[in-house]
Structure formats: C-alpha cells, structure tokens
Design a protein around this ligand. Sequence first.
Ligand code: ASP
Length: 359
Amino acid sequence: MFRAPFSWVLCGRFHTIAAFYANGMLLTASIGCATSNTATSSERWAIALHGGAGTIEKNSPPETIAAYERSLQIALQVGRDVLAKKGTALDACTAVVRTLEEDPGFNAGVGAAFTADGTHELDACIMDGSTLACGAVAGVTTVKSPVMLARLVMTKTRFVLLSGAGAELFATQMGVARVPNSSFDTEKRRQMLEDWRKEQAAKASASISSSTTNALSYGTVGCVALDVSGNLAAATSTGGLTGKRWGRIGDAPIVGAGTYANNATCAVSCTGTGEQFMRHVVAKSVSDRMELAGHSLDHSARHLVFKTLKPDDGGLIAIDRVGNISMVFNGEGMFRGCANSAGRFEIAIWDEFLTSRPQ
Ligand code: ASP
C-alpha cells in the first residue's frame, strides 16, 4: 500500500521525488524525468550519473556533504559539456566515469574498496547502444582508468571481457597509464576494511549474524547518456565490495548485469550488491521489459529495483532513446545527478536534491 508521497520544486523546474511506504518499508525513488526535454530530436541530449548506492549519513558534517555535492557537479558538468558540444554518448560516459575514477570519494579508481587481502581489484565496462559493441575489464590492479581500458577492449579487440593478468598485459600493449596498486588507497576505504575485518571476527567468535552497513558500502560510479545523434551509451567502473576475495568479479563488468546500452530501448548502469544484479541480469532486464512488455523506462527500472531486488540491494540509473531519465534505489540513497538539453541540472544523495537543502 502506498502513502505519503511528497515533492520538491528545484532549479525552477518541477521534479517529483517520492518516498513510498510499502509493507511498512520506506522505498525512496526519484521518479522519472519530470522535466520535458523539449529540444528537437536533432539537438536533444540527456545524461545521468551515479556515484554508488551506499551513501553518507544524513547528519554528516556539512563539509563532507559539500565535497560530494561538488564532486557530482564537476562530473556532471564534464558530461554535459561533451553532449552540449554535440559529442558522442560514448565520449560523455567515458569522460564522466574517468572523472569519478579520479575522485577519492567514490569506489572506483582512487578510493576503490579494499579486497580481503588489503589490495584493489578494479572492474569496468562500457557499451555503445548504437552497435551493441561493448568492452570490459575485471580484476585489474595497476590501470589508472579501468573504463579507458574497457573502451580499448571494445575498440581494439574482438573480445568483450578481459580479466586479471591478461587484462594487465593488454594494458601494457595499449600503453595506457599505469599506477602502483597502493595509489588507489584512501583512509576511508581502509577504515571500511578494518570494520569489515572486525565484523568478520565478531561473527566467527560469537556466531552472530551481522552484515556490513550499507553506508558507503557501495560506491561504484556509472554514467548513461543520449547524444544529439540519438545514440545511447553506458559505462560503469568499480572497486567492487570491501573484503572481496578469490578473484571475485561483480556485476559492473558483466554486460547485461551491471551495464547495458541499446539504442532500441535504453542505457543502464547499476550499483549495489553485484551478486544480486548478476543473478537477475538487472540492466538487460530493464531493456527487456521495455522491448518485450512495452513498459516505460521508469516503470521497468522501478520493477527491477523494487520488485525483483531486495531492500538495500542498490539502485540504477537509466536513460531511454528520447531522453527520459530514471534514477531509482532501494536503500538510504544514491549519489546521483542528471542533466539535459532542456536545462535540467540536478544533483542528489538521499531522497531530496542537495540544491534544496537548507544551508
Ligand atoms: N556493484 C558493485 C559490485 O558488486 C559494488 C558497488 O556498486 O559499489 O562489485
């Protein structure tokens, strides 16, 4: 049963945010793209990005919140600039994800989660909706920009997914920028590893069931875009889950699970518990619901996030071929932002937009 929807007016435009209580559980979501993208198809573009479905506490220090707000704004501006200058959706997604990979606040590139062994293994994927060309890398350890390497897999090989040592060798052959694994370290993620280790130890000794808090657990970055030529693209990059081991690979580099783009339907980038997104092939399922059941982008995205996935599994961003945007999540929040050729430019962390927060 639904009750208590509410909304905000932002940036001079109407955008509806709702919090629904279903079966006693709070489900938050940004509902579709309420602003109409009135530009003609030849000049219409749209973009959405995420910085992960694990958020900071609402009562975090104002400077922490401001830093995330700034990071999201910078990345969104990068993507907006590419598209507004009639650049491609692929270039916009690459540029945005690269920017977020270099930002230590997010779990991708610098700031990546630590494995159980205290190292970093990075996954990334990119997909071109106009051709279904795609490239991905998994478990890379010294590649400065995994999304750039994924793009090279797409354009320079006949393969889709390269992993581990082979992907590193490919990086060497392509001459991409390399860095020591420790350059991805951040204090915040190290603390998360320590917390995770303590939790494991407590679990083992007390035989209690406990789980890592969702706060900041997920920080994958992603971008979806529609360019003025009507092409869609999606890209995702991640350090994966804190404490992962045994060469674990998440959903981000798995085409159709964490990343998907198809001009016929939509582009999708996911964040959350990768195993759930792989199990339910979430990104491709959003596309399938549009293609096979004729549902709208937002209806399809919400079905996957609220009906298929479990609470706190994560969320996704998606964009369709006419520029509708959907950003949905089933936990506390999701770092996100979107912009379009109609002038929309919005950043959010929880269920309200940061720009509406009292200063
Ligand atoms: N989906 C990512 C993974 O499971 C984690 C995240 O979204 O932060 O590897």
